[in-house]
Ligand binder design. Structure first.
Ligand code: XUL
Ligand code: CO
Length: 438
């Protein structure tokens, strides 16, 4: 580790329990505590994202960044990249997050041409590999920034120009290689500008075909280099483009099926992207779990009053409980984990705010997990659902599910038996019960 300390005065964050008043301690996240037969840290596989936490400085459309960081204090961009990496690993270690995530362009700045850019990446990746070995911090997933540079203004793989498609492919090729080099457990494709602003200039069908072609090429290259991490796509309905092609979990699912990609990709579900799609985080997780495509999670939250991707740190216990309920019920993470794709607010300018934010998020998920574990042990909701659908295990239900009868037999049944029996959905009772677990 570097000699310079970037977060002085902060030592390793400890679990102190719920009575603690120390803002720099965990009150609920106790990494080695066993819950449902598994260590808490293995339930979550918490990850810190590089882009918001180390590259985000609080800029918004009305003004530049507000945060001054010691690791930015150089006019040499590669020196900044090196110092930032040292600061990042100091942060991961002090926080006790087991994983990190990055975009290629977060860790090394782009140079004048691709060859030079890749050299810069190699230099930083060698340093990252040494820091990973030294600290034991692992790479949850890598990804590629195909949305910041002006060449990608009209998309990457869905660009009207095949030359931009080729550039994007070259970039992803390299990003996959470095992710493999760092032992990444996965690789994420988020459709940065894969969408459109107006259909008046867009060949929608062709763009979807190209997106699929690109992913198939990535699958081929993955096999070629022997990268065994999991691929994910990350749904988001809008922002930056008016309409993003990977709209939500259901549309991603349809896309994967149509283009023969179901065996190769799962979803990386982000809370605030779900709410932007007018779903809940819980819905997106449940849909993915139900269809066997739940892979990993970008944890954050939006703001009820704002219609954009605010990427706030997750603190809502209702959300974290329901999320952990679905994730745990589905068997938990294998390659995936819980990545904080979240940023501190523009006025939270101190380095220690980064600690408060992550500690709060980890504690909120720990409380969610504990509540979810009790719900899974007691099974009040599972039992209710089971009983609500019980008639499907009866004679009529079975015949329908097994495809043994059709409309004519069903009409006969109703003519014979008359009006169906109906039952209360008991929503209020169930919501009250949920609050007892939280
Ligand atoms: C953007 C977003 C990305 C992806 C990685 O909204 O969530 O940061 O997670 O490209
Ligand atoms: Co994300």
């Amino acid at each position: 580790m570097a000699n310079k300390e970037y977060f002085p005065g902060i030592s390793k964050i400890q679990f102190e329990g719920s009575g603690s008043k120390n803002p720099l301690a965990f009150k609920h996240y106790n990494p080695d505590e066993m819950i449902l037969g598994k260590k808490m840290k293995d339930h979550f596989r918490f990850s810190v994202c590089y882009w918001h936490t180390f590259k985000g400085l609080g800029s918004d459309p009305f003004g530049p960044g507000t945060m001054i960081r010691a690791y930015n204090d150089s006019s040499d961009p590669m020196k900044v990249a090196e110092m930032t990496l040292d600061a990042a690993f100091e942060f991961f270690t002090k926080l006790g997050a087991g994983f990190w995530c990055f975009h290629d362009r977060d860790i090394a700045p782009e140079a004048d041409n691709l060859a030079e850019t890749n050299k810069r990446l190699d230099h930083i990746v060698a340093k990252a590999k040494a820091l990973q070995e030294e600290t034991g911090v692992k790479l949850l997933w890598g990804t590629s920034n195909l949305f910041s540079h002006r060449r990608f203004m009209a998309g990457a793989s869905t660009n009207p120009s095949p030359e931009v498609f080729a550039y994007a492919a070259s970039q992803v090729k390299k990003a996959m290689e470095i992710t493999k080099e760092l032992g990444g457990a996965g690789y994420v494709f988020w459709g940065g500008r894969e969408g459109y602003e107006t259909l008046l200039n867009t060949d929608l069908k062709r763009e979807f075909d190209h997106l699929a072609k690109f992913l198939h090429m990535a699958v081929d290259y993955k096999k070629k280099i022997g990268f065994d991490g999991q691929f994910y796509i990350e749904p988001k309905p809008k922002e930056p483009t008016k309409h993003q092609y990977d709209f939500d979990a259901a549309s991603c699912h349809a896309f994967l099926q149509k283009y023969g990609l179901m065996d190769h990709l799962k979803l990386n579900i982000e809370a605030n992207h779900g709410t932007l799609a007018t779903h809940t985080f819980h819905h997106e997780l449940e849909y993915s779990a139900a269809n066997g495509i739940l892979g990993s999670v970008d944890a954050n939250r939006g703001d009820l009053l704002l219609g954009w991707d605010t990427d706030q740190f997750p603190v809502d216990l209702y959300d974290t409980t329901l999320a952990m309920y679905t994730i745990t019920k589905a068997g938990g993470f294998t390659t995936g984990g819980l990545n904080f794709d979240a940023k501190v607010r523009r006025q939270s300018i101190d380095p220690e705010d980064l600690f408060h934010a992550h500690i709060g998020g980890m504690d909120a998920f720990a409380r969610g997990l504990k509540a979810a574990a009790k719900m899974l042990e007691d099974k009040p909701f599972e039992n209710f659902v089971k009983q609500r659908y019980a008639k499907w295990d009866g004679e009529l239900g079975k015949k329908i599910e097994n495809g043994q009868i059709g409309f004519e037999e069903l009409e006969q049944y109703i003519l014979q038996h008359g009006e169906p029996e109906i039952q209360s959905g008991r929503q209020e009772l169930l919501e009250n019960l949920l609050n007892e677990y939280i």
